[in-house]
Design a protein around this ligand. Structure first.
Ligand SMILES: C[S@@+](CC[C@H](N)C(=O)[O-])C[C@H]1O[C@@H](n2cnc3c(N)ncnc32)[C@H](O)[C@@H]1O
Length: 201
């Protein structure tokens, strides 16, 4: 199996996605999605952004490499009665020249679109925020990641082999604690920055 697929099918990303629903919905509300718009949500998970986009009336196709997340997404679409929302399995790296990481760096985005004949004048960038909200202490959210989030599970597998799992746990707890903006000790709210790219054609 494709190792990237194995990584994302590991654990249960839907548990982590639960902490991202509010930000996903808020993001979709502010990017001008309207009825009839065709939306491709690439790397959609179980539909944190795809589902609210469909609720606004867009025709949404969610594509993800992890079959379990595609299934979870289609279940959520059915549960919400959204016939305009479909999820299917697909690998974004099969799109030519679109390595996912480059989309966080302005110069790479400009270069990639220039390769497709799009002028940099048509591209705008906003540093935006996505907040992870969890009804428990930061250390409990670390536990969720350790138990259900493929990339973190792999990191702990490696750390365990090297006898460094406790160290990794402590580093993550300190990190989550330091980033927690919730005024309560028994709740977690961690804002994360992402690059919002808009291309007007
Ligand atoms: C951090 S999750 C974000 C999921 C979703 N966008 C959200 O906001 O909840 C990254 C997602 O990208 C998917 N993914 C990773 N590599 C992919 C690839 N090459 N093609 C398609 N999906 C991919 C993973 O399966 C996972 O669902």
């Amino acid at each position: 199996m494709n190792p990237n697929q194995a990584l994302w099918e590991k654990g249960d990303f839907t548990r982590i996605a639960e902490t991202m629903r509010e930000s996903g919905e808020a993001l979709v509300q502010r990017i001008g999605i309207e009825k009839g718009l065709k939306v491709l949500d690439l790397g959609c998970g179980d539909g944190t952004t795809a589902l609210p986009a469909a609720k606004l009336g867009a025709d949404v196709l969610g594509v993800d490499i992890a079959l379990n997340l595609v299934e979870a997404g289609n279940k959520r679409a059915a549960k919400h009665g959204l016939a305009n929302l479909k999820f299917q399995e697909g690998d974004a790296t099969h799109l030519h020249e679109l390595p996912d990481k480059a989309f966080g760096i302005e110069s790479s985005v400009i270069e990639r679109f220039a390769g497709a004949g799009v002028s940099s004048k048509k591209i705008s960038f906003v540093r935006d925020t996505f907040t992870f909200n969890f009804p428990g202490a930061p250390s409990m959210l670390v536990d969720e990641f350790r138990e259900y989030y493929g990339p973190t599970m792999n990191a702990f597998d490696t750390a365990e082999k090297n006898g460094r799992a406790a160290e990794l746990q402590k580093e993550l707890e300190d990190l989550f604690d330091s980033q927690n903006k919730s005024p309560r000790k028994d709740a977690t709210s961690i804002p994360a920055t992402f690059l919002r790219v808009t291309v007007a054609l």
